[in-house]
Design a protein around this ligand. Sequence first.
Ligand code: G3H
Ligand code: ZN
Length: 288
Amino acid sequence: MPLTATRPLLVDATAGGTAVAAFNVITLEYAEGIVAGAERAGRPVILQLSENASTFHGGDPRPITAAMRALAERSAVPVALHLDHVEDVELLHTAADAGFGSVMFDAGRLPYEDNVAATRAAAQWAHDQGLSIEAELGYVGGKATQVQSAHAAGVRTDPAQAAEFVAATGVDALAVAVGSSHAMTSRTAALDHDLIARIAAATDLPLVLHGSSGVPDDDLAAAVVAGMRKINIGTMLSVAYTSAIRTALAADPAATDPRRYLAQARAAIADRAAAMFHVIGRPTPTSS
Ligand code: G3H
Ligand code: ZN
């Protein structure tokens, strides 16, 4: 199947009242596992590479992105590529050539007016390249590289400010702060579903949930009903991947062939991803 752009996936999700799962890719095995999970569930998927993951790959996203693109092209389900949490404008400007269909420009750590100005410039550039762009309003806590003091814990996106931000910047999707936090390894976050619905009504744009690994299944399903259209999932895949490797090496401490334990890690990613498609696609207990 040819590589898909992000925009039509979000349009379809909006029309169907559902959401697209966007999983973070760190190594090739993540991408292989995620696509296998999407194929098992029969659902489109977004493979996303963060600025941090690009840094891990030496600051050049092109080699891993070329592999992600090849997987998309042979996939049985639609796959889009997204460059996530970009703060470095130089990296942003590699996005089109690297094959990404969308970018998330992350100026959420900046004061509001500076966030608007930087995001508007990024949106103009992205649209000139034919890319769609997501931006962030209100800090989604927990990213180690962000300046904690600039964003008090518990901050929430204000619906009126969100509407103003969308009009001022021209972005295509909006990441909002509604109770989730990045990099949680326990699923104990509590989302404000009423706030999600109010932001959705105020902006009429696809809303994006970051830090979804820390959100319980029922809460995630309810967030989709309230208006979330892209669900970003990273940490829970890394937990599954690392735990599979730990188990494999404990069972065979003399192992030296990485294919043995990486195959199990990749399978763990596929299982976790497949399970999340069912969570995101199912109705909430109250609406069924
Ligand atoms: O942009 C990526 C996500 O927000 C991932 O968050 O690692 O907490 O699931 P997570
Ligand atoms: Zn995020």
